[in-house]
Design a protein around this ligand. Structure first.
Ligand SMILES: [Zn+2]
Length: 368
């Protein structure tokens, strides 16, 4: 039976009115799952807040102390900005700037502890894949995927796969395990988008794979890459546990990336990796349109539970979606299917030569 780890800390927390993370995401997913009748209380767990000691398993104690101090004072010093990248446009000071990342880490670490012997957990508050050991990066203050993977390793597991389908390269996780053969990191992301790392030949010494895809990447192309390159790679490795970072910024309506996926592509990835290891933890990640993020991650939860997603939302779910505010052009006149459906229309298309080339290079031995 899959478990869902959430937290109310996400409900009113924002990075500031003009930041892409001004929007409610985890609370929207949770509310939608409940309103669809998919989330009984018995499988819902509240994420504990990781302690400074927990975070120090990966992060520099001086950086953790800075986050705690900045939360208390609501002010970043010149040194915080320069040394830790806190209090800059992407990684602003906001009221829960320590507690919220500590909760995302606590949730993913709990998910890992719960699945050491197998099991499935969805933790949509997790997925902050860009944070560094001693600094914030790309809206991420702590790296909860790294902390979750370390939790598995510390419990004795030694064969893990991290698959990242966020529109941005999962650089923080790749770099954290670059010299650790126990963790294979795989990232499918938009080519030439920040942080601009993750070229197709970059294997971080052997235990990473990168699939940088062109703008307009469609559902057929995602299926092709999974079937031709990613799934065989994972199947051959026979991992004990898989962490899937399910960032929703690769979806067509996302304002920060230019990929063209429907949420069905994400659910297909979830279904495909589920049987490949005894343990699966699915996290959130990027995603900056609250309607698409909420519907995508709610559908991830339905998929993990083998629930058929109905054509139309329930009235309660429609009310959740109609209650959202989205302060971008597309949000001022949202199309009606953002309220009345969970599943997008499929976005199939031709599989371009560039995608075939990426699949070929990813499957090729001997690039390191
Ligand atoms: Zn992203």
């Amino acid at each position: 039976m899959p478990f869902y780890i959430g937290s109310e800390i996400y409900r009113r927390s924002t990075y500031g009115a003009s930041h892409p993370l001004a929007i409610p995401r985890v609370s929207t997913c949770t509310d939608l799952c409940r309103a669809m009748g998919w989330l009984p209380d018995a499988v819902y767990l509240t994420a504990p807040q990781a302690t400074a000691g927990d975070l120090a398993r990966f992060h520099d104690p001086a950086y953790i102390a800075a986050l705690q101090r900045v939360e208390a004072t609501q002010e970043a010093t010149e040194e915080d900005r320069r040394r830790f990248n806190i209090g800059v446009a992407n990684n602003p000071v906001y009221p829960e700037v320590f507690r919220r990342p500590a909760t995302s880490a606590g949730g993913v670490m709990l998910a890992a502890r719960m699945t050491v012997a197998g099991g499935v957990v969805h933790c949509p508050g997790g997925g902050t894949h860009q944070a560094r050991r001693a600094g914030a990066a790309g809206f991420c203050y702590v790296n909860d995927p790294v902390l979750g993977l370390l939790t598995w390793l510390d419990a004795g597991l030694d064969n893990l796969v991290y698959l990242d389908i966020d529109a941005h390269h999962g650089d923080g996780v790749q770099d954290a395990f670059a010299d650790d053969p126990r963790v294979l990191t795989i990232s499918i992301h938009e080519a030439d988008r920040w942080p601009r790392t993750g070229q197709v030949r970059d294997r971080a010494g052997g235990d990473a794979r990168n699939l940088p895809v062109p703008a307009g990447f469609n559902d057929s192309e995602m299926r092709f890459l999974m079937e031709e390159a990613v799934l065989p790679l994972i199947a051959r490795r026979r991992p004990q546990a898989i962490m899937l970072q399910c960032g929703a910024d690769g979806l067509e309506e996302d304002p920060l990336a230019r990929l063209g996926l429907s949420n069905r592509a994400h659910w297909e990835v979830v279904r495909a990796v589920r049987g490949l290891a005894p343990a699966l933890v699915v996290t959130g990640g990027g995603g900056y349109n609250p309607y698409t993020v909420g519907r995508c991650w709610a559908g991830v939860w339905a998929t993990l539970n083998d629930i058929d997603i109905p054509e139309r939302t329930t009235l309660a779910a429609e009310a959740v979606l109609r209650g959202l505010r989205y302060n971008r052009a597309a949000g001022r006149n949202p199309p009606s299917h953002w309220f009345t459906t969970i599943a997008d229309a499929p976005r199939e298309g031709p599989v371009r030569d560039e995608i075939r080339r990426i699949a070929r290079l990813t499957s090729q031995e001997g690039i390191a």
